[in-house]
Design a protein around this ligand. Structure first.
Ligand SMILES: [Zn+2]
Length: 366
């Protein structure tokens, strides 16, 4: 049967062929039209009770844009542009990483205009934070390595740190642009931190992973693709742990199994997995202070939450993510606050030394 641009002869009458329908984003059951999905993204995500719920949400910008991508339709991309352009700035920013992806930029003609708006939004958010909490040059902060015997210490919750000592930890990187900015802020303050990298991100940005280690920070692993290990079958969970470690190690020029520290995504630990991690010679690192930077996207509100966590706990391990813009913006203010409170920052190293900690020079640097 003839289709497409060819004319059809039906009953002796020449009919102009109807061009094939151009796919437009169909309403997705339970999610609504593309317009509804785009407009629900921030309201839905901002009420996610946990980070796991947040990541599982079909309203994640990455999920919404992927559904458009799958249609392979210029019209669908154009419709997405139209919907994004209508969002207020504080909802549009949620789509920044999707708008920046090279794979998406070539489809999104609106990308440059939207990124100008997003950049201006973050500048204004940063200005608001700086107005409320002026940042004066504070020099450097005390920083010390805490030795952990990974063959004996299987779990760290607060690192058993004394009052006034804070271990800064950064998860889910490396990120192409935000991780280097975090490194610069830490370097300016003269301090080290502990990073828990996702295997697939380290594979995508091995040069950034190396920058983290080369700057003297400790790098641990955080699975390959960040699943909730308590919700998947044990063999799958073990593969995630092993391939996450192997990918981060490879990016760093280390051998698999040489990284000293591991962190469970979402802190979702199970007894068999904890035992598996322990047998691999890793110490599991949890946290007792949560910045909630995955959820609190306004830098001023994020800063206030960090202050309340510091007030509450007074010491221990604080969780950040070096993949969020608000985290980069708030970090200098957090460090200034630690300085004002005469607090000391610490980071974890393996003793005896292991290559994932800065005491040992990795293969690529030898
Ligand atoms: Zn994580």
């Amino acid at each position: 049967m003839l289709t497409g641009i060819f004319p059809l002869l039906v009953g002796g009458v020449l009919l102009a062929a109807t061009p094939p329908p151009i796919p437009t984003p169909p309403p997705t059951p339970a999610l609504g039209t593309l317009r509804q999905q785009v407009r629900r993204a921030k309201p839905q995500l901002s009420v996610s009770p946990t980070l796991d719920d947040y990541h599982q949400s079909p309203f994640q910008p990455s999920e919404i844009v992927e559904r458009v991508h799958r249609l392979e339709s210029d019209r669908a991309w154009a419709e997405l542009c139209g919907e994004l352009a209508l969002l207020p700035d504080d909802e549009l920013e949620l789509f920044e990483d999707e708008i920046r992806k090279p794979d998406h930029v070539r489809h999104l003609s609106c990308s440059p205009a939207l990124l100008i708006r997003i950049t201006a939004y973050w500048k204004e958010a940063e200005r608001r934070l700086a107005t409320a909490h002026p940042l004066s040059g504070f020099g450097t902060l005390p920083s010390a390595a805490i030795s952990i015997d990974t063959s004996k210490d299987s779990l760290l919750h607060d690192g058993e740190l004394p009052a006034g000592q804070i271990a800064l930890t950064f998860d889910d990187g490396p990120h192409a642009t935000r991780t280097p900015r975090v490194l610069k802020i830490l370097s300016d303050a003269g301090i080290k931190a502990t990073f828990f990298e996702i295997g697939r991100n380290a594979s995508a940005h091995p040069e950034i992973a190396r920058q983290v280690l080369a700057a003297g920070h400790t790098v641990g692993s955080h699975t390959f693709s960040h699943p909730n290990l308590s919700r998947i079958a044990e063999p799958h969970a073990e593969t995630e742990v092993e391939s996450g470690d192997a990918s981060v190690s490879l990016a760093l020029g280390l051998k698999p199994g040489e990284l000293p520290f591991f962190r469970f995504p979402y802190g979702a630990k199970t007894a068999p997995e904890q035992s598996f991690v322990q047998k691999r010679g890793n110490t599991t690192v949890f946290w007792n202070m949560d910045s909630q930077d995955w959820k609190i996207r306004d830098p001023h509100r994020l800063f206030l939450n960090v202050l309340s966590e510091l007030d509450r706990a007074q010491h221990g391990i604080i969780l950040f993510h070096d993949i969020h813009e608000q985290t980069v913006i708030v970090l200098p203010h957090v460090l200034a606050e630690l300085r004002a409170r005469h607090m000391k920052t610490v980071f974890f190293v393996a003793a005896p030394a292991k290559p994932g900690t800065p005491a040992v020079v990795p293969a690529w640097e030898r």
